[in-house]
Write a protein that binds this ligand. Structure first.
Ligand code: NDP
Length: 499
């Protein structure tokens, strides 16, 4: 036995291990005190004259002031997009269009650290997620759609695809840069111009993206960015100069947009909420499944539309799964989003924190059993301890409503049919997870689950080549893959067949 082994042998099992702080340097990001609106290739003062502060949700410190776009501002942005579409962009040859997209993708890669730090600062998500997921996937979307820009005729043979015109795009706060990329990359690849409205609480990465567009020398007006609250989004939706609306956000606002657009002839895609079931069968590899459960609900503090927020466990393995899960929860590190060791960051806003608290209180009041690991929350900022509810009935609000926070509701089942019935028993249909070693069971479950995306023995995997979208109240239309181009194209099929 060596000296070292002898020493290790005698040492007591350490309790209260702590990681040394490993903060990512913040100074790679240079913030302006105040930002205008990005219209016609320039940051301009809003005609509304209004600005509002945007915060770091982990400290509540203001980061910058951002413009509130009014009706006149949205109108200017739509006119700039129309002008760019009709006087230049629609004549740009497809290979040239592709070049711009490739450039944007490469610049995103070159500036990835800056984007990752800014995304964590403004949104509260752990840097390891913005660094390893949000930013690389955003670049991947631009690379992917750059590849399609000059192959649309092959992608849609005999259908004569042509751009729709001006796309109005409204995105949420949970993946600000990634949602921007999901929207802008296919729109440009298909030859459209864009007016994008980022979420009120997370506008900064979109404004940094405006600088990427300048660097890429994208012609002015092809992409315009109007910041502001929901009023700016509503103005964009009803503007007559917009040909297509793409929206990601809550089901409530999605329904309002659908009502507003009914009868206008504008194209619409909606990517709304979810209440996904993550289903664990008794033959699953349990340790891997537990990692999948944790990733499914605590990734990005549960601010994920496809989060595995309902865990369905086969009754025979309920106890070991819950025990392993609780044990794993005690090892999650909650804290400074810029620390490279952080697993769970800050809740995005005070409003969202209040919503989570309200739904958690309803779970306790309705009779579910709550578990939260010992965890010290920072004094400032918006935080919520990773939470598991057991003893949950299907009718409880925490089993039906989207919490959009780090809160898991556990239910059990005995047979595959019961699992399907429970999984489908919500108004949503965005995603699901199945954990089993049987391939045939995966295929049979995938056919019966009413969800747009079904992961097998993994969770929250995203790829630009793969379409994403929902059924029922989770919306319609697909983003990603070839399907993601269709909403940005009109087809002239009769003409194509005729000649
Ligand atoms: P919203 O649906 O309100 O926000 C999504 C986007 O729509 C934001 O840019 C928002 O602007 C904008 N918006 C708000 N009102 C209108 C309107 N009338 N017309 C057009 N655009 C509008 O979601 P919230 O941020 O309010 O979050 C509420 C809940 O929605 C969350 O708790 C969560 O459950 C769910 N949600 C689901 C998401 C998903 O990906 N499925 C994403 C975000 C939220 P602004 O930010 O200024 O309000």
């Amino acid at each position: 036995m060596t000296d070292l082994e002898r020493r290790q042998d005698r040492s007591p099992v350490p309790s209260g291990w702590d990681y040394a702080p490993a903060p990512e340097a913040r100074d790679i990001v240079t913030l302006q005190e105040r930002y205008g609106l990005f219209i016609g290739g320039e940051l301009v003062d809003p005609k509304s004259g209004e600005y509002f502060p945007t915060l770091d949700p982990s400290t509540e410190e203001p980061l910058a002031e951002v413009a509130q776009a009014g009706k006149e501002d949205v109108d200017l942005a739509v006119r700039a997009a129309r002008d760019a579409f009709e006087n230049g962009w629609s004549d740009v040859s497809p290979p040239e269009r592709a070049k711009y997209l490739f450039r944007i993708a490469r610049i995103l890669q070159e500036r990835s650290r800056e984007f990752a730090v800014l995304e964590s600062l403004n949104g509260g998500k752990p840097i390891k997620e913005s660094r390893d997921v949000d930013v690389p996937l955003s670049a991947a979307h631009f690379f992917y759609y750059a590849g399609w820009a000059d192959k649309l005729e092959y992608a849609f043979p005999n259908r004569r695809p042509k751009p729709v015109g001006v796309a109005g795009q409204i995105i949420p706060w949970n993946f600000p840069l990634l949602m921007l990329s999901w929207k802008i990359a296919p729109a440009l690849a298909a030859g459209n111009t864009v007016v994008l409205k980022p979420a009120e609480t997370t506008p900064l990465s979109a404004l940094l993206f405006a600088d990427v567009l300048r660097q890429a020398e994208l012609p002015p007006g092809v992409v315009n960015i109007v910041t502001g609250d929901g009023r700016a989004g509503a103005e964009l939706v009803k503007h007559e100069g917009v040909d297509k609306i793409a929206f990601t956000g809550s089901t409530e606002v999605g329904k309002a947009i659908q009502r507003e657009l009914a009868g206008t002839g504008k194209k619409l895609t909606l990517e709304l909420g979810g209440k996904a079931a993550n289903i664990i069968f008794d033959d699953a590899a349990l340790d891997q499944a537990v990692e999948g459960i944790v990733n499914g609900i605590y990734f990005n503090q549960g601010h994920v539309c496809c989060a595995g927020s309902r865990l369905l466990v086969q009754e025979s393995i309920y106890e070991p799964v819950i025990e392993k899960l609780k044990q794993r929860l005690t090892t999650l590190r909650l804290g400074d989003p810029l620390d490279k060791n952080t697993d769970v960051g800050a809740i995005n806003s005070r409003e969202q924190l209040e919503k989570i608290k309200e739904l958690v209180a309803s779970g306790e009041a309705e009779g579910a059993e709550i578990y939260q690991p010992p965890c010290r929350l920072p004094e400032k900022g918006y935080w919520f301890v990773p939470t598991v509810f057991t003893n949950v009935a299907q009718s409880y609000r925490i089993a039906q409503e989207e919490i959009f926070g780090p809160v898991l509701s556990v239910l059990t089942f005995r047979t595959p049919d019961e699992a399907v019935e429970k999984a489908n028993n919500t108004p949503y249909g965005l995603s699901a997870g199945v954990w089993t070693e049987k391939g045939s069971r995966i295929l049979s479950m995938a056919q019966k689950l009413k969800a747009g995306v079904i992961w097998a023995n993994t969770y929250n995997r995203f790829d630009p080549t793969s379409p994403f979208g929902g059924y029922k109240e989770s919306g319609f239309g697909r983003e990603g893959g070839l399907h993601g181009l269709e909403p940005y194209l009109d087809f002239d099929e009769s003409d194509a067949r005729g000649g």
